[in-house]
Design a protein around this ligand. Structure first.
Ligand code: FMN
Length: 263
């Protein structure tokens, strides 16, 4: 297997997955990897063919122990015949359950050859000052582990050992059920300056900013990119059920989990 190019494909509303993938690429030693970032609806290519001399790294966050449906839909553009793929999930310090194996399977169904995988930790999308979960992760320690992972991918590739053995990935088939999606969304308060930052980062084009901020609750996937990007602290996730979840997460999942790699 000879790969002299690296392609990163990712969905990452609050950028923790993207930061992990960037660090893996840095460790791999490629200065300028091709990036296909499908986070924004208007950036999804119609098809994304991958060629023989590439190693592909595909990354997505974990939502409810699964890959977010929006990411699954967007990754459908991917096609390959036997290109090696590294699947990476990033989760908010609770659990990744069936997400990694789902991403591995999804890549396999698109024609890739799964050769390695990893689960890293990112600040939980629902984390707030009152209910902190995995705040500021990935931190320097996580990023250094991601660079190390990239380095070992490059070394294994060089010695021809990357696809030598079948890698076992944790997770169950059939995957756990997805939770039904509530029709709700974060809201903007009086501190909103109508700057439009929330509209620009929304991965599902659920927000439109004019004389006021309007959000389509059916399109919102609760990724909280709009909450995290707001410089005026004017956007809040005040959905009662999700506030309960945030408290449950902060109460029960504050002890630090560490990245796992499968190679
Ligand atoms: C709707 C939703 C569901 C989530 N479910 C989980 C989960 O099951 N386990 C977990 O540990 N983190 C979960 N998270 C947290 C994200 O996986 C985590 O914050 C991740 O770093 C976000 O990635 P991104 O920055 O690339 O968007 C969830 C987040 C959202 C928005």
């Amino acid at each position: 297997m000879s790969c002299n190019k690296l392609k990163m494909i990712c969905f990452s509303p609050t950028r923790t997955t993207r930061r992990i993938l960037d660090a893996i690429a840095e460790g791999f030693g490629v200065e300028d990897p091709e990036v296909v970032d499908v986070t924004r609806e208007d950036k999804v290519p119609e098809t994304c063919e991958c060629s023989d001399n590439e190693l592909v790294i595909i990354g997505a966050p974990v939502y409810g122990g699964r890959i977010p449906l929006t990411a699954v839909e967007r990754f459908k553009a991917l096609k390959s015949s036997g290109v090696p793929v590294v699947s990476v999930v990033v989760y908010g310090n609770r659990a990744y359950e069936d997400a990694l194996i789902e991403l591995v399977d999804l890549a396999g169904e698109a024609g890739f050859k799964p050769v390695a995988g990893a689960a890293f930790i990112g600040e939980h999308s629902f984390s707030t000052e009152k209910t902190p979960v995995a705040v500021s992760r990935p931190d320097e320690d996580d990023l250094s582990k991601a660079r190390e992972f990239g380095k070992s991918l490059a070394a294994k590739l060089k010695e021809g050992a990357l696809a030598g053995t079948e890698v076992e990935f944790p997770g169950n088939r059939p995957y756990k059920d997805r939770s039904p999606k509530a029709s709700a969304s974060p809201v903007s308060n009086d501190d909103c300056q109508l700057c439009g930052a929330c509209e620009r980062v929304c991965p599902t084009a659920a927000i439109s900013v004019g004389a006021m901020v309007e959000t389509d609750p059916d399109k919102c996937i609760f990724c909280c990119a709009c909450v995290k990007v707001c410089d005026f602290d004017a956007r809040k996730l005040e959905v009662p059920k999700l506030l309960e979840v945030s408290k449950w997460l902060a109460d029960n999942f504050s002890s630090r989990r560490e990245p796992e790699v499968f190679i």
